[in-house]
Design a binder for this molecule. Structure first.
Ligand SMILES: Nc1nc2c(c(=O)[nH]1)N[C@H]1C(S)=C(S)[C@@H](COP(=O)(O)O)O[C@H]1N2
Ligand SMILES: [Mo]
Length: 234
């Protein structure tokens, strides 16, 4: 943002009109805080983010992995998903909505990363995650340039939504591997979000549906409905 742009103009440019309505009940302070954190990414549109990825955050060596520290944090139950029958749908504001099997997803380029998972409840763990970049999945469906947010629906009824810049970050993965092993059911198999740039509650397990939208609408997420912050950046 140019520092001398008047605030009203800035809000139009940044595409923040939707979120300003959404957050109006929370007061200006929270609004300013979220803008402060999100300003660079949210100024960029889908096409520009896809063409020019953001800088990756530093990773850890495999020797730093803490297999015992990753606690299971599940608000309801572990859904019973048959990986053979599983399909991931990607829909919403896209020219080519898709439904993909795990076999199809596993044919896409594989990325592995060793990052720190941070739960807002006061624990953290260094974990290896392997899977596909969310940005590759989003590219496949040909997103419209109006897309500003992504909703993640999970088989246990869990819901989360992300800003598009964080979703298209090169280390935001749909993971099917944890610590070099196939992802266990309790950790979100067959497919979960994993990312070094968001708190644990943004990292939905058992994701079955990804929906691209231009504006956020209520509810924005399971933890958000309990009063936790929406952006939840690390
Ligand atoms: N579908 C779903 N995803 C979820 C949760 C959940 O209850 N359901 N819990 C979240 C929270 S608070 C955290 S910290 C991480 C924990 O991941 P883990 O159980 O694999 O350690 O998953 C997140 N994703
Ligand atoms: Mo968490």
């Amino acid at each position: 943002m140019h520092p001398r742009l008047p605030r009203r103009r800035f809000l139009q440019l940044s595409g923040f009109s939707g979120i300003s309505i959404f957050l109006s009940g929370c007061g200006a302070t929270l609004f300013e805080k979220q803008i402060g954190k999100a300003i660079q990414p949210l100024n960029r549109n889908v096409q520009s983010l896809l063409l020019e990825p953001q800088e990756p955050v530093p990773e850890f060596p495999p020797s730093a992995i803490q297999p015992e520290e990753l606690l299971i944090n599940t608000y309801r139950y572990t859904p019973n998903i048959d990986p053979e029958a599983f399909r991931l749908s990607i829909d919403g504001e896209a020219n080519n909505p898709l439904s993909l099997s795990m076999a199809e997803i596993q044919q896409m380029p594989f990325t592995s990363m060793v990052i720190r998972h941070v739960c807002v409840e006061g624990w953290a763990a260094i974990v290896q995650w392997g899977g596909v970049k969310l940005r590759d999945l989003v590219s496949l469906v040909q997103p419209k340039n109006s897309v500003g947010y992504i909703y993640f629906h999970s088989a246990d009824g869990y819901l989360e939504s992300w800003d598009i810049a964080s979703a298209l970050h090169p280390q935001t993965l749909m993971a099917y591997q944890k610590n070099e092993q196939p992802l266990p059911p309790e950790n979100g198999a067959p497919l979960r979000l994993a990312s070094p740039i968001k708190l644990g509650y943004k990292q939905s397990k058992w994701v079955t549906r990804i929906t691209l939208v231009s504006e956020l609408s209520s509810p924005t997420g399971t933890w958000e409905s309990w009063g936790y912050e929406w952006y939840a950046g690390l």
